[in-house]
Design a protein around this ligand. Structure first.
Ligand code: ADP
Ligand code: SF4
Length: 713
């Protein structure tokens, strides 16, 4: 592994950004600069503590002044399935490695203590969830939360205080009280909607804020000698009539508690509002809501808004909107963002594209992934680093065919390793699908996937870029390359085959048919258009938006019960459904397209099979893709002799999927020069150890020592 070099002295251009590198006192601690990684979930949590710790450590190395954990449950009556916990000191070994990693990188370590109240169901612990007033828990499970009595409130304060003391023991510098995202007890108590109490904790705002005030006082009393106490607070939930807004109750709460926390970490609620994608919001989308906070408190304020532009960050600090630039997603896409600003390497910043693949991995309880940064989550497991890669260890000369995300990523890191690499692309432009998809409504920032890589490649003497080069097997084999990576992408099917239909749709040929590939190259249907979305991610929805805006009368048909159903994971789904309902002629859910005939499309209910015919002039089929792998198979068939090059497929050519998967595939290839499936996993696993001094744990431990349970990792 090449060691990441410390940054050179700040460039003249970067000196302008000096205000971003001023230290700032936060209660009893001092942050070295204004870059603050706010708490964010990552799907690793208590199941993958070493991976989580190393991921945080790399961010600290990248220059973030503070790096926080995700939320951490203070008691087993709040058992979030995907988060950290600090129920008592036995959880410390899970957390201490993160503190050590963060400190080793020179950052302050923060921990977001939390109790999720009725936001969770506690399936694991079977504790009845708690709430200010009795209510069903979030979601659809048959679980109710019970109203807390005064003793419950005293107990909760004690648990929170004890967790704060344990956090201090673990070495954390910043301890949070979390009243955000409409998903913690203090925020539930604050809410008129959730709190119908008639005692000292309900009714007036003064009463509803009481618990939050007490938690802040308790936490300060417990740890403020050494730790800063931060309040994560949502200033607006964008809802009426019982919501809290920055122009009414939230402003009053900030005024009431103004000087109590050492740091105000402010944002929007719920998470779908805080974590909006670029399809629905632009950089700095929270500013109008959080701007008032600094006028009400003298304490430091941190806020977020997918900030990736150094100029924007600078102006936030110099104009007094924020004291600290908060970031979750920008720190995931580029853990070295602060260092790149400090050294003037502005064009090297790998900007977040706002796609929320990272959020989706957390929702799916999978270790974090990112479209822009394929190394995130792999720092411990595979030993990958966001900026470094091992130098070449073979004498290969590599031809990468196809300049989409997979090919660009592979060539970028092969070049950095020192491999002489040629990247050939059939088209005049590099970027493949991202360049085309970035022209669809709301997806313009996705082009950053191509832009960042092209910028890296253009300054790399090891890589030759060959646009307008259609590579055939003859040409590739008639050269001195020893390794061929085929990154030629995939085609959308035009026969309707996908999850719903395993055979071609009846009636093809009776109506003009379009696929996403047609739309992406500018072909357009006219009149009454049926879109059949059997893909369920973004493509069907954005094409519907595009065609409706172009004047088509669009009917959207999906076998799922929700429009763009998978975007539940990227927290965009309700916004997409609203947009489509408002802009399309009709939206049919739980319905499949079963046939076409001149002037008509036949639809069927997924449950009853009942059919209906609707008038249609054209159909857009967004069903599934097939790898564009003819070149790969030609190469395999035609290569001869011991000198024949090795051939590897990567990206959508191997298996179509999300852009993040293509980037990951290209990166994996650059690191390993391969893409095969070895017998043993080529990465480390975390085996959660039994609790050794518990009866079962002791037994398991002793048999393990005898070799009974030993397993190789
Ligand atoms: P991925 O997401 O896997 O990177 P893309 O579809 O985005 O796939 O990119 C594949 C790229 O490969 C496209 O830009 C396409 O023009 C290019 N391509 C396909 N076949 C060839 C070929 N034979 N020679 C050169 N380029 C090719
Ligand atoms: Fe940004 Fe997308 Fe990466 Fe998340 S996955 S950090 S939204 S680029």
């Amino acid at each position: 592994m090449t060691v990441h070099q410390p940054p050179p002295l700040r460039s003249t251009a970067a000196q302008r950004f000096q205000p971003l590198f001023q230290p700032l006192k936060i209660g009893p601690v001092t942050i070295k600069n204004r870059f603050y990684q706010t708490p964010h979930c990552n799907g690793m949590n208590r199941q993958h503590p070493s991976a989580m710790a190393r991921m945080r450590g790399v961010k600290a190395e990248g220059g973030w002044g503070a790096v926080c954990t995700e939320q951490c449950d203070v008691h087993y009556s709040s058992c979030h399935p995907r988060e950290l916990r600090l129920w008592d000191e036995r959880d410390l070994p899970i957390l201490i490695p993160a503190v050590e990693q963060i400190h080793a990188g020179g950052a302050l370590a923060g921990i977001e203590l939390a109790h999720n109240g009725f936001h969770v169901q506690n399936f694991e612990t079977r504790a009845i969830p708690l709430a200010p007033s009795g209510t069903p828990t979030r979601g659809t499970a048959p679980v109710h939360a019970r109203a807390m009595d005064l003793e419950d409130i005293r107990n909760f304060r004690r648990w929170h205080r004890q967790a704060a003391l344990n956090a201090k023991r673990a070495g954390f510098d910043i301890v949070y009280v979390y009243a955000g995202h409409d998903m913690t007890l203090p925020s539930h108590f604050l809410s008129r909607r959730h709190n119908q109490r008639i005692d000292a904790y309900g009714g007036s705002l003064e009463n509803r804020v009481r618990l939050l005030r007490e938690l802040l006082e308790d936490t300060k009393d417990a740890v403020n000698d050494r730790c800063a106490v931060a309040l994560r607070f949502s200033v607006d939930d964008l809802s009426e009539p019982d919501g809290r807004g920055c122009e009414n109750e939230s402003r009053d709460v900030v005024a009431m508690l103004a000087e109590l926390p050492d740091l105000w970490d402010v944002n929007l609620s719920d998470f779908a509002n805080d974590g909006q994608t670029s399809r629905f919001s632009s950089e700095g989308f929270q500013e109008d809501y959080i701007r008032f906070v600094k006028n009400v408190t003298s304490k430091p304020v941190v806020g977020v808004g997918r900030y990736t532009s150094p100029d924007r960050m600078l102006s936030l600090i110099t104009s007094g909107v924020l004291d600290l630039i908060g970031a979750a997603r920008p720190s995931i896409a580029d853990p070295f963002l602060p260092q790149k600003i400090e050294t003037g390497a502005f064009d090297d910043i790998r900007e977040c594209i706002g796609c929320n693949l990272c959020v989706a991995s957390d929702k799916l309880s999978a270790p974090i992934r990112c479209t822009q940064n394929p190394t995130i989550g792999e720092e411990w497991r595979r030993g990958w680093h966001a900026e470094s890669i091992a130098p070449a260890n073979t004498g290969d000369r590599v031809l990468v065919v196809g300049g989409g995300p997979a090919g660009l990523e592979a060539a970028t890191w092969l070049g950095r390793r020192g491999y002489h690499t040629v990247l050939a692309e059939r088209g005049a432009q590099f970027g493949g699908r991202v360049i085309r998809e970035a022209t669809l409504p709301g997806l313009a920032t996705w082009r950053r996937v191509a832009d960042w890589r092209l910028h890296q490649l253009r300054k790399d003497p090891n890589v030759t870029l060959l646009p307008t080069n259609d590579v055939s097997a003859d040409v590739a084999l008639d050269s001195d390359f020893t390794l061929l990576a085929v990154a030629t992408g995939a085609d959308w099917r035009s026969d309707g085959v996908g999850r719903t239909h395993s055979r071609a749709l009846p009636g093809l040929g009776t109506l003009p048919i379009f696929t996403p590939d047609d739309i992406l190259v500018g072909r357009r249907p006219e009149g009454r258009v049926v879109i059949f979305d059997d893909d369920h991610y973004y493509m069907g929805g954005v094409i519907a938006e595009l065609l409706a805006a172009a004047g088509c009368e669009v009917t959207f048909v999906t076998p799922e019960s929700l429009v763009s159903a998978w975007t539940v994971n990227t927290v965009e789904q309700p916004r997409i459904q609203k947009r489509l309902i408002e802009s399309l002629a009709a939206v049919w859910v739980s319905t499949k397209l079963v046939g076409l005939e001149a002037g008509f499309a036949e639809l069927a209910c997924c449950f009853t099979g009942r059919c209906r015919r609707i008038a249609a002039d054209a159909a857009v089929l967004v069903t599934s893709q097939t790898p564009r792998d003819a070149l790969y198979h030609d190469l395999i068939a035609q290569r001869r002799g011991p000198q024949a090059p090795r051939v590897v497929r990567i990206g959508d050519c191997l298996a179509p999927g999300a852009i993040a998967a293509a980037v990951f595939s290209g990166h994996l290839f650059a690191r390993t020069l391969d893409n095969d499936l070895p017998d043993r996993p080529p990465f480390r696993r975390e085996n959660v150890a039994p609790d050794w001094d518990q009866p079962f744990g002791a037994e398991a431990a002793s048999s393990m020592l005898k070799g009974d349970l030993r397993c190789a990792t």
